[in-house]
Design a protein around this ligand. Sequence first.
Ligand SMILES: [Zn+2]
Length: 193
Amino acid sequence: MLKYFYQFILILTIFTILICIFFIPTNSNIKIIDYAENGELLWPSPGFYGINSYYGRRHAPTAGASTFHKGVDIAAPQGSEYVAVTNGTITFAGFLGGGGYTVTLTDENKENGEIKYSYCHSDPNLIVSVGQKVVKGQVIGKVGPKNVYGVVGNRYFDSNGNPTNGATTGPHLHFGMRVNNEYVNPLNYLKRK
Ligand SMILES: [Zn+2]
């Protein structure tokens, strides 16, 4: 009986090792860096390259804004267009809490997993919808206003009590990037022209 138990443990161990070898990704960022260096990712806001707030730890600029900034704030004015940084599918288009009106582009074709790009504080008149396939460079939205009205459940307000487009102090493009649902610094992957 004990012999079978040891055999079972042995088989279980071998099986576990095989699972680890084939299914746990290692160094998942390496290929993505290559991907950006190959010039495959476009800058999201053509013509606007200034950064108002970098990725990482910071003082929250407004109530409800994160003290760990999970993206970069690009100094693009209200109404300026932003583009798909790569080919992909729109997986979110709507109001999303602190992000305000948000468009999320997903590139699911990467060998190392799924990459998501989010464009926050957008114009409420969204021009893409969930499930839509878009191509690199395609205009997928515009930078929105500071204030938006009529959003049910919006918890964000400015100092005058007017509802805001998520946790924001003024028009800009917040651009976030997730690799397998982990936030990464977009500036490690995007090239400013
Ligand atoms: Zn931001």
